[in-house]
Ligand binder design. Structure first.
Ligand code: TA6
Length: 283
């Protein structure tokens, strides 16, 4: 089936991109990684996602920015020696298939599926789909279905890099409960209020917060709604960005990761299906 009228397929540096333009928004998706790179609502024409100017857009490395898809494990939590398997799983470094697209009353819906979902570290039969709706909001659903005969457990994240004018003018509202602090040996701490970012931050919030608001310069800018998750991850490398080869030393000033995630392990029985969704809602 040809793509919907609002979808244009382009190639660059060996990668295939889907460019979406409808009456509500524009967006760009890379088939490498099944990765959303851009979402600009027409309501204010402001880019909501951040992609590093030094991101590898040639398939050599995962893309730094946009919405990386982490699956079937988060970070190095794969039960093997650290570094023996790719961080954040094996979906963000493979070429996905474009299953189809359609115009809906709420925008343009795209469906992608990875080329493979069974690999070292996760040897189970399953179907994985990413359903992306580009409209007044950007809605991304990661669907995992157990098609095998034994149960399995997985973790995942929609590791979204949001574009912010300046991190020092940014606040994250409506966060609550406890978080595990990766930078303090996973100590459990209470979520700060107000939630501002003033230094390197790498936190797994253990309460499945359904809606957080990114507030930039004292204005609600973007609501981040989540469902089907058990955690929300907040990350900014701060000056550690200098040691990340695909970020520039000051890149941390313009991004904030707010990630809809499963980090506590979701078990799926044969035939069961799980949907985790993140909705980016411009305020
Ligand atoms: O989501 C936070 C995190 O797991 C951090 O610990 C951090 O290093 C980041 O993701 C980026 O990971 P990456 O493998 O893309 O460099």
């Amino acid at each position: 089936m040809p793509p919907a009228d609002s979808v244009n397929v382009s190639e660059s540096n060996g990668l295939t991109f889907l460019e979406i333009e409808n009456s509500m928004a524009t967006a760009k998706v890379s088939l490498f990684g099944g990765h959303v790179l851009s979402f600009v609502p027409k309501k204010d024409n402001k880019e909501r996602l951040w992609v590093s100017p030094h991101a590898y857009l040639n398939g050599e490395r995962p893309i730094r920015g946009g919405i990386p898809v982490c699956w079937p494990w988060f970070s190095d939590d794969h039960g093997r020696d650290k570094g023996s398997l790719p961080s954040h799983g094996f979906l963000r470094t493979q070429v996905w298939k474009f299953v189809g697209s359609q115009e809906t009353s709420s925008g343009t819906e795209l469906t992608l599926t990875p080329s493979f979902s069974r690999a070292e570290g996760f040897e189970y039969d399953c179907n994985v789909m990413l359903v992306i709706n580009v409209g007044e909001t950007l809605e991304v659903s990661l669907i995992t279905e157990n098609t095998g005969v034994v149960p399995f457990t997985f973790n995942c994240a929609l590791h979204t890099y949001f574009h912010v004018g300046h991190i020092q003018d940014t606040r994250l509202d409506s966060m609550e409960g406890e978080y595990k602090d990766k930078l303090a040996d996973w100590d459990i701490k209470e979520t700060p209020s107000p939630y501002t970012i003033n230094s390197e931050t790498d936190r797994i919030h253990l309460t499945p917060i359904e809606k957080a608001t990114i507030n930039v310069e004292d204005n609600d800018f973007t609501d981040v709604s989540s469902s089907g998750h058990d955690s929300v991850v907040v990350w900014n490398p701060w000056q550690g960005a200098a040691s990340i080869s695909d970020m520039d030393p000051f890149g941390y000033k313009h991004m904030l990761c707010v990630e809809t995630a499963i980090t506590k392990g979701k078990s799926l029985a044969p035939g069961e299906r799980h949907v985790m969704t993140q909705t980016v809602n411009p305020c």
